[in-house]
Design a protein around this ligand. Structure first.
Ligand SMILES: NC(=O)c1ccc[n+]([C@@H]2O[C@H](COP(=O)([O-])OP(=O)(O)OC[C@H]3O[C@@H](n4cnc5c(N)ncnc54)[C@H](O)[C@@H]3O)[C@@H](O)[C@H]2O)c1
Length: 410
């Protein structure tokens, strides 16, 4: 899609709240082959400070606008990066592809199944590159487990779990003060509203959309008490929303059934006190991996001393199963945040564009993972009724290969 003679990629960022400026700084600090030529936000002060930061780092001011549609036709923009609030992701992706502009989006969930279909059909019609920037797929631990899966170390896979388990009570409760989008979501929705950090790696382990697919799900939400309690304790009874009836349950559990018979459990848990964890777990006929134990137990390999069996630290397996991508990356010195996963997912995008290589997290991944949000809302609204998960590949999953051919493939 890019002119092959070009060695640099010009990005435009839409959304400059917490995440956007951090990503802009990361690419400018670590990627000499990437420029940020344009930025967009609806808030002028956020534009001004991001523009100043870019000028400070590269000595060039980006094009600045409050209207993202201006970026769709600019010749100095090779790819749009969407780091705005969740409800804007799919509509902007669709507009970008229709305008012929490659696009990559930060993570979130869909609001409606029809918009997921439109996303897929727009890509199939235009063939414009689109990628979901699910950084957790590039975690050292997640990629090592993926490699172990591909080599059959866990035997035949049977069950996987994961969660977005992150105490966000201050960020959500103070949403209007800090101009953050999450508050409105928690006031009006009830579902698995942020599934992809854990579902992304799980989907890659289970070959979802490439030999397997998600068939149906059911979700259940607990009561919502955490935000009211936090607001009253930290801001007082008179503070905004102290007695508001939040719809988003404190803990939302979603169970998914796959075509090959595996089950997946997702947990959304962001409004009660807790340490951060994505709570990963993978089980097959020959072994188990647990993120919270940072360990595995592999039949025939792990030496167990007790009746209950022991956990073996995953690091024991790094020599043999850590992917080359991560080995090289560590040798060169891990850069950027979230233990380097933000850097790797961006390199996957940039090198896909430059080499004209299929992106490793494609439109079918994006549609099916994001659809879980809209479907879980439907399920909860109907008393945890099972709901079918559409096959966005329209049958192509049966023949698509999950064999990696490129260093960024998952
Ligand atoms: N991958 C990760 O690890 C990770 C971490 C944090 C956030 N995120 C994702 O990044 C995104 C942004 O999160 P955040 O915490 O920065 O949110 P935020 O609310 O702080 O920032 C979002 C920004 O988008 C802007 N915006 C909204 N609609 C717009 C429009 N139509 N045009 C231009 N700008 C618009 C808002 O004005 C705001 O400045 C979310 O999708 C979030 O899930 C991902």
């Amino acid at each position: 899609m890019l002119n092959k003679t070009e060695k640099t990629v010009n990005l435009a960022f839409i959304g400059l709240g917490q995440r956007g400026p951090y990503l802009v700084a990361m690419v400018l600090d670590t990627m000499p082959d990437v420029n940020v030529t344009a930025i967009c936000d609806v808030y002028q002060d956020r534009l001004d400070s991001a523009s100043e930061m870019i000028f400070g780092k590269r000595g060039v001011r980006p094009y600045v606008t409050t209207d993202y549609t201006e970026l769709l036709t600019r010749s100095d923009v090779d790819c749009l990066i969407i780091s705005s609030s969740w409800h804007t992701h799919i509509p902007i992706c669709i507009e970008a592809m229709n305008a012929g502009k490659p696009v990559a989006s930060e993570v979130g969930g869909a609001y409606d199944i029809e918009q997921c279909w439109e996303l897929v059909r727009t890509h199939e019609r235009t063939r414009v590159p689109i990628m979901l920037l699910e950084n957790c797929c590039y975690g050292r631990e997640e990629m090592t487990v993926l490699n172990m899966v591909k080599q059959g170390i866990f035997g035949e896979l049977v069950h996987a779990e994961g969660g977005y388990q992150h105490d966000l009570r201050d960020e959500v409760s103070l949403g209007h003060e800090i101009r953050h989008y999450r508050l409105d979501e928690y006031m009006h929705r009830n579902g698995e509203i942020y599934p992809t950090h854990e579902l992304g790696p799980i989907a890659k382990w289970l070959d979802i959309n490439k030999g397997n697919r998600m068939l149906c799900l059911t979700s259940m939400a607990s009561k919502a008490r955490g935000l009211n309690d936090w607001i009253k304790n930290h801001r007082g009874n008179e503070f905004e929303n102290a007695d508001f009836h939040f719809t988003q349950g404190d803990v939302v559990t979603t169970m998914i059934k796959c075509a090959r018979g595996e089950t997946i459990v997702l947990t959304h848990d962001t409004t009660l006190p807790r340490p951060y964890s994505r709570g990963g777990r993978l089980q097959g006929t020959r072994g188990i991996w647990s993120e919270d134990k940072h360990g595995v137990n592999i039949e025939g390999r792990t030496i167990s001393h007790s009746w209950a069996h022991d956990w073996e630290d995953l690091s024991v397996y790094y020599d043999e199963f850590e992917p080359e991508l991560w080995k090289k990356y560590r040798e060169n010195g891990v850069v950027a945040g979230h233990d380097g996963i933000d850097y790797l997912v961006f390199r996957a995008l940039i090198e896909s564009l430059v080499d004209d290589h299929p992106v490793p997290i494609d439109v079918y991944d994006m549609a099916s993972w994001m659809a879980v949000t809209a479907l879980s809302e439907q399920s909860i609204a109907m008393g945890s009724m099972p709901v079918p998960i559409p096959d966005f590949t329209c049958g192509k999953w049966v023949r698509r290969s999950s064999r990696p051919t490129w260093k960024y493939d998952l």
